[in-house]
Design a protein around this ligand. Structure first.
Ligand SMILES: [Zn+2]
Length: 98
């Protein structure tokens, strides 16, 4: 029997892309602490429509729908906006980061 779940596919995609962007060349010097990563993810997600699903089959369908240049561009745009918001006003304490 199929395992029930409650998953926001947008959240899964954003979590992956936030790490991808932060560990890419452009944001090498940006803080990589857990607080900043979570803050960026939350701010980006608040600006994007959630896509909740309850089965892995449904999740695959939605994932394919979201995995288009237009959707990914919008998601990227919101993540970059969130990186700037957190970059100019980080919530982490002042100790240096990894
Ligand atoms: Zn930080």
């Amino acid at each position: 029997m199929e395992q029930l779940m409650l998953v926001n596919v947008t959240e899964e995609i954003v979590q992956g892309l936030v790490k991808f962007l932060l560990y890419g060349n452009e944001y090498q010097t940006f803080c990589h602490c857990e607080q900043c990563i979570l803050d960026i993810t939350a701010i980006a997600l608040n600006a994007l429509a959630p896509r909740y699903v309850t089965s892995s089959q449904w999740r695959d369908t939605v994932f394919r729908e979201m995995n288009t240049p237009e959707h990914l561009e919008e998601i990227n745009k919101q993540i970059i906006r969130a990186i700037h918001v957190i970059g100019s006003n980080p919530h982490h304490r002042s100790e240096p980061n990894k």
